[in-house]
Design a protein around this ligand. Structure first.
Ligand code: TUI
Length: 311
């Protein structure tokens, strides 16, 4: 059941990917998602390349299932990480926050499945032409760095614009969301926020509690003025950030407020000054569950809603 072009590409049981979240998507979470039948992802984020190599090796000790690596293209180490995934025999790469065109040839030659995360039809078409095997179409409901289009509008437009499979992301945290994404033309889903609050997630308990207690309107977008819009849960940091932005503060002044602030939230549990990256769907998440329960629950519910013949 649930076999389609995405499971064929990823060599997973289910067409469900975990987002490559900075600080959050480390080897324990990635292995747990892969062991649950999805595709776990190690988020290289801004980590030094050799740390990414270690994370890949640690993940391999915890699972014999496939997993992937996400390369965040604003990372100054991206070139080096791009080589390491090939050296370590990683079979799936997702990319975020930019255009991975320059790496495509080397990855394809090494048999890596390349899945860029895109926030527009133009980027999806460009990636298909460059040889991408699938795209993740990510709506602005997502946490972290986002585009401007909602999932409801983006997914069907990307699905019509390209022939390669589309994996939907942004605002999905249950079986209804997965089923809806499939009806909009997606053949897989990527989830981030739900996995931030998972049992196997190393995220500090105070951050998980903010997600579990979050309401629908509890996120804001900072950084629109700097060209790096980031969705996160409201706190003292976002209040101060948005105030400074409104006053026309320059990039450096705003940077001071967020330097190291994601680590503060994820590792130290500083929910006051940290950046609590999370999607709008946080309000739907009510408890901390294991990745196995999350994945099986979502897939079962989606199958019931869609009727197994559709997937
Ligand atoms: O990349 C993400 N989400 C992220 S990356 C991140 S780390 C970060 N922290 C602070 C500021 C900036 C980054 C936290 N969350 N999602 C995938 C994604 N990719 N969303 C939007 C895009 C995107 C944006 C522009 C993809 C391509 C793109 O193209 C730009 C171009 O080169 O034309």
């Amino acid at each position: 059941m649930m076999k389609n072009r995405v499971t064929e590409l990823l060599k997973t049981e289910y067409p469900l990917i975990q987002g490559g979240m900075a600080w959050v998507a480390e080897h324990n979470l990635a292995a747990a998602v892969s062991n649950a039948g999805g595709l776990g992802i190690i988020g290289a984020a801004s980590a030094p390349a050799e740390i990414v190599r270690e994370e890949i090796r640690k993940c391999r000790e915890l699972t014999d299932k496939p997993f992937g690596v996400n390369i965040m293209l604003l990372n100054p180490n991206a070139d080096e990480v791009a080589k390491i995934v090939v050296e370590e025999g990683v079979k799936v790469v997702t990319t975020g926050a930019g255009n991975p065109g320059k790496y495509m040839e080397a990855w394809k030659a090494a048999g890596v499945a390349v899945i860029p995360v895109v926030a527009s039809t133009a980027m999806a078409i460009m990636m298909e032409r460059a040889g991408a095997d699938a795209v993740v179409a990510e709506g602005m409901e997502s946490g972290g760095h986002i585009g401007v289009t909602t999932s409801f509008a983006l997914i069907p437009q990307v699905a019509d614009a390209v022939k390669i499979p589309v994996i939907a992301a942004g605002g999905i945290a249950d079986g209804r969301g997965m089923a809806a994404a499939f009806l909009l033309g997606a053949e897989g889903i990527q989830m981030g926020t739900r996995f931030v609050a998972a049992k196997e997630s190393i995220v500090h308990a105070a951050f998980k509690e903010r997600i579990i207690k979050a309401k629908d309107i509890d996120s804001v977008v900072t950084g629109t003025s700097t060209g790096h819009p980031v969705r996160c849960l409201k706190n003292r940091m976002t209040k101060e950030y948005l105030r400074l932005e409104q006053e026309g503060a320059d990039f450096m002044e705003l940077e001071k407020l967020t330097l190291g602030s994601l680590k503060k939230a994820v590792i130290d549990g500083d929910v006051v000054n940290g950046t609590l990256m999370a999607g709008q769907i946080a309000g739907l998440i009510k408890s901390e569950e294991s990745c196995a329960d999350i994945v099986k629950g979502i897939v079962n519910d989606a199958e019931k809603l869609l009727g197994t013949s559709q997937i």
